[in-house]
Design a protein around this ligand. Structure first.
Ligand code: NAP
Length: 283
């Protein structure tokens, strides 16, 4: 069996067209959605991520405010900026690009963002809303994975889903979203003694580890849906995921590629959360 490809690039594009329509409807009512992106320091990778986010905003008709600060910015000054953005009515979402310089505590900064504007969904309050099944902003990468799974048409109800990885930004929220969709969920991590024993039984596997070849063909149940969040490099320097793609695609029913799978969905979900925040304000 050769798995069907879950095309994240195509889905992200389609979603961004829909989002541009929602943004235009808000603009027509005098409520232009706005995202503030805060970058501290000059980490080259962060600069690329921030540029991509600002460009995606422009393409979707979302106003963006890019606030760039030198590495030496103090934690108190950053907290004061967040406070000002929390009060700014044209800003509906606030994203602080990680990593922050070592003298700034990222947890204090994330917790300073108003829950109504926490479009990354990283704060303890947003995590609590997800845990309790209350409305709120869900972290963008797991939310994007759910949309990708949705496109397969495979129902999650009563299915066994295995998440490999338990970070607060990807693995844990992913498991909670799958649970909310009525899957039976197993979470695996670096202390799990026999990954294969779990993954072989899974109808859906989501890998969020950061180590290539974590999931190989013999570990996958025939026909399973495989979603690869990982971002790694091959020895030749090419981008790859956690999944042995050539091997696993011969066993799985559905599979996301890397690149072109989960990656493009993350920014789309950031836009979706920002527009939703603006829609709530406009009600
Ligand atoms: P992380 O915080 O480093 O978490 C990695 C998780 O993998 C941990 O829970 C760890 O377990 C687990 N793990 C490590 N080795 C393992 C093993 N041998 N077997 C099973 N589990 C193992 O990373 P993250 O932030 O969640 O990100 C994971 C990957 O996704 C990275 O490659 C990252 O670059 C990528 N990512 C991609 C996107 C995107 O938009 N495409 C977004 C976010 C992240 P312990 O908890 O026991 O240490």
């Amino acid at each position: 069996m050769t798995a069907q490809l879950i095309d994240g690039t195509a889905l992200a594009k389609k979603i961004r067209v829909e989002l541009a329509g929602r943004a235009a409807a808000l603009v027509a009512r005098g409520h232009r959605p706005g995202l503030a992106v805060v970058l501290v320091g000059d980490d080259p990778a962060s600069q690329v991520y921030v540029r991509n986010k600002v460009k995606a905003c422009a393409d979707a008709g979302v106003h963006s405010v890019l606030e760039k600060y030198p590495e030496a910015l103090t934690e108190n000054d950053l907290l004061a900026r967040i406070d000002a953005l929390n009060r700014n009515p044209v800003v509906h979402g606030i994203l602080v690009q990680m990593p922050l310089p070592p003298h700034i505590d990222p947890r204090r900064v994330v917790e300073a963002i108003s829950t109504q504007k926490d479009v990354d969904g990283y704060s303890v309050l947003s995590a609590g809303e997800l845990f309790a099944g209350l409305p709120g902003f869900r972290p963008c990468t797991p939310l994007g994975c759910m949309k990708l799974i949705e496109t397969t048409g495979v129902s999650l109800v009563g299915r066994h889903a295995v998440v490999i990885g338990r970070s607060s930004t990807v693995g844990k929220p992913m498991a909670l979203l799958l649970l909310q969709a009525n899957a039976t969920v197993t979470i695996c991590h670096s202390m799990t003694p026999d990954l294969t024993q779990h993954t072989r039984q899974a109808d859906v596997v989501v890998t969020a580890v950061g180590r290539r070849n974590t999931l190989t063909a013999t570990m996958v149940k025939p026909g399973a849906v495989v979603v690869d969040v990982g971002m790694n490099r091959t020895d030749a320097g090419q981008l790859c995921g956690d999944v042995d793609f050539p091997g696993v695609r011969e066993v799985a029913g559905w599979i996301t590629p890397v690149p072109g799978g989960v990656g493009p969905m993350t920014i789309s979900m950031l836009l979706a959360n920002t527009i939703e925040s603006a829609e709530r304000c406009a009600r």
